[in-house]
Write a protein that binds this ligand. Structure first.
Ligand code: XBP
Ligand code: MG
Length: 261
């Protein structure tokens, strides 16, 4: 039985990478008088590295015009990342990062059904709080039993730590939960902790292989294009009933493999 829904943040709740973090990084470079700018395509390549600070450091290591000394480079990266997060928060508070289609409705389904939810992300807590407060109002925490963010899980996805901590906090077995992710790293993190996962593809990962997901589709705001197909293909969006169906299918597969059915 499904007892908790675990939400990824970046790319899943909102298109935060292209419309938030990338813009904020470029503005941070500018504010700090640095000549660097990342194109949308370059940022897509850098997304192979999880975590904004780690991503930035990886880019600086490849630049001839970045400090050659590793301590100096790390210090510079910390300063840029701090500035980026301040700017990111401004973008979010200005309302420029709407939730993706179907997200608010599915959150509401879960609240109405009193289904436990959690946030499981590799971004910082302040970024999550700013986004959800701006988009959902001051009651944004309602229904969220725990938030596992970069502060709790310094080993970032695809490491399974964030999911392991969420399961521990919720005192649930992996099979009693289901994660919603958008990226291969997120899917790998969930799978390595035994958590079944569905994928709502985001801008940067629209064609990436996501092996092992229970279901994959373009948007929670539509029943079109999902594999396996939705049970109610004419429904306007992915509902909690649909999520529960996918989860139950998997539970039956596991039971069959165990010889219980
Ligand atoms: C995706 C990430 C994040 C953001 C940047 O996180 O890799 O690191 O790109 O955030 P999610 P920070 O698990 O939510 O998909 O700069 O705060 O690290
Ligand atoms: Mg993500």
């Amino acid at each position: 039985m499904l007892r908790a829904l675990l939400w990824d943040v970046d790319g899943t709740l909102a298109e935060t990478e292209r419309d938030g973090h990338l813009r904020a990084f470029n503005r941070a470079f500018e504010t700090l008088g640095l000549p660097w700018r990342w194109s949308e395509q370059r940022y897509g390549e850098l997304l192979a590295v999880a975590g904004g600070y780690e991503r930035l450091l990886c880019d600086l290591e490849l630049r001839n015009d970045a400090p050659a000394d590793s301590l100096e480079r790390a210090q510079l990266a910390r300063g840029i990342h701090r500035e980026k997060n301040l700017i990111y928060e401004q973008i979010v508070r200005a309302g420029e990062l709407p939730l993706r289609a179907g997200v608010a409705e599915l959150l509401e389904d879960c609240r109405n059904a009193r289904l436990t939810m959690a946030i499981v992300t590799t971004t910082g807590r302040a970024n999550v709080a700013a986004l959800l407060e701006r988009q959902l109002g001051t009651t944004w925490r309602s229904g969220l039993a725990t938030l596992i963010c970069a502060e709790e899980a310094p080993l970032k996805k695809p490491d399974p730590l964030a999911y392991a901590l969420a399961l521990e906090a919720l005192r649930l077995a992996p099979g009693e939960t289901l994660a919603i992710e958008d990226s291969p790293a997120g899917v790998e993190a969930a799978r390595r902790s035994g958590v079944p996962v569905i994928v709502t593809r985001s801008h940067y990962f629209r064609d990436s292989p996501v092996a092992g997901a229970l279901a994959v589709g373009p948007s929670l705001g539509s029943c079109e294009g999902w594999s396996p197909p939705c049970g109610a293909p004419r429904a306007a969006r992915i509902t909690l009933d649909q999520i529960s169906c996918w989860h139950a299918l998997r539970a039956r597969r596991v039971a069959r493999a165990d010889g219980a059915l």
